[in-house]
Design a protein around this ligand. Structure first.
Ligand SMILES: N[C@@H](CCC(=O)N[C@@H](CS)C(=O)NCC(=O)O)C(=O)O
Length: 209
């Protein structure tokens, strides 16, 4: 498999964690978002939306959108499972993933911020925008996750796959987690877990030296 991604892209980081948790080998293909490589003809032929991640699977098909890629991995490589068996718990885990993936991350994506700047917003307004949506989303996640272990279990699952990259973005944008002890607990566990360590933006092929 080939993963077209960017070291500090939140949605790429999710897929890297899922691949690492399932101990799947892949080739890392960097797409530099700051240089606009996502709009190169070659990359657009893989993903017409011009966004990472994209996963080329061994049959040659290219999958896009991190939720779809992660679901594919879960279906084809079911162990270790990212979702629990029990339907209510499955829905709760998916809720946290959706909250982050649909209601937080899209609001601070590169092209959304570019559009805010193009509409005349100053950098401090853009930063306030980012801080507002990330803080609000994480405050809700704090209420939804459990009191022990990773978000919902002793072992990491789908909610953790979404949360940890969002925390990396929160740190970049200097969002305080002082009111989020549960989230801080999950972050501390992830720092010690080999799959999360492997997938971390600081140690990818395109991480600046
Ligand atoms: N919903 C998509 C979001 C993909 C996305 O927004 N990727 C960002 C990086 S995290 C990107 O490629 N941005 C480039 C751009 O907006 O120009 C997913 O989960 O894969």
């Amino acid at each position: 498999m080939e993963l077209f991604n960017y070291y500090r892209s939140t949605s790429s980081y999710r897929v890297r964690i899922a691949l690492a948790l399932k101990q799947l080998e892949y080739q890392y293909v960097p797409v530099n978002l700051l240089k606009g490589e996502q709009y190169d003809e070659h990359f657009l032929s893989l993903n017409p939306q011009g966004r990472v991640p994209a996963l080329r699977i061994d049959s040659g098909e290219v999958l896009v959108q991190s939720p779809a890629i992660i679901e594919y991995l879960e279906e084809v490589y079911p162990q270790p499972a990212l979702l629990p068996e029990e339907p209510v718990l499955r829905a709760q885990v998916r809720s946290v993933a959706a909250l982050i993936g649909c209601d937080v991350h899209p609001l601070h994506n590169v092209s959304v911020l570019k559009q805010l700047r193009a509409m005349g917003h100053e950098e401090d307004q853009v930063n306030q925008w980012i801080a507002h949506w990330i803080s609000q989303g994480l405050a809700a996640v704090e209420q939804l996750i459990g009191d022990e272990g990773f978000c919902f279990d002793d072992e990491p699952g789908l909610a953790d796959v979404y949360l940890i990259p969002q925390l990396y973005a929160a740190e970049r944008f200097k969002i305080s987690l002082s009111d989020c002890p549960r989230i801080r607990r999950v972050a501390a566990l992830a720092r010690e877990h080999s799959a999360f360590v492997l997938a971390h933006p600081d140690r990818q092929a395109d991480t600046p030296g």
